[in-house]
Design a protein around this ligand. Structure first.
Ligand SMILES: O=C(O)[C@@H]1C=C(O)[C@@H](O)[C@H](O)C1
Length: 151
């Protein structure tokens, strides 16, 4: 049976493509999700995509994923820098996760350098643009107990 990855995008990532393109590029969130699903399907992995501008909705989604997915790939958006609740939810359900940022957060405002998730992430990807999502799925498939190619 195809293994499953939950792809979570946080606040304002629904604006990808039109939001500060000099920082985030021109690809839309739909482009990202479409590419992720194609890539994952070639690895016999299912991707469920979720986006919310609301912290509690992201927490609820993470909690509901317990026992349902093998890995989480999360771009928490601004909640990266603020959310103990999302950290606690990820630790609470015990699902391994990859943290991703489209931009290089370490080359931006100082307060973007801190993440409430990074020390618990299997990997942190930032600054690769939307290719970071491709890298995250490849990493998850190879290193996060997602059984690739099994039926
Ligand atoms: O680069 C990104 O994908 C992250 C996206 C956001 O919305 C910002 O609040 C983060 O600071 C960076």
């Amino acid at each position: 049976m195809a293994q499953k990855i939950l792809l979570i995008n946080g606040p304002n990532l629904n604006l990808l493509g039109t939001r500060e393109p000099q920082i985030y590029g021109s690809a839309t969130l739909n482009d990202v999700v479409k590419q992720a699903k194609i890539q994952a399907s070639e690895l016999s992995i299912q991707v469920e995509a979720f986006q919310s501008n609301h912290e509690g909705a992201i927490v609820d989604k993470i909690q509901a994923a317990r026992g349902e997915v093998d890995a989480v790939i999360i771009n928490p958006g601004a909640f990266t820098h603020t959310s103990v609740a999302i950290r606690d939810a990820l630790l609470g359900v015990g699902i391994p996760f990859v943290e991703i940022h489209v931009s290089n957060v370490h080359a931006r405002e100082p307060w973007r350098k801190h993440s409430y998730l990074s020390d618990k992430a299997q990997a942190v990807i930032c600054g690769l643009g939307v290719f970071g999502y491709t890298a995250a799925i490849e990493f998850a498939a190879k290193h996060m107990k997602v059984n690739v190619g099994t039926s």
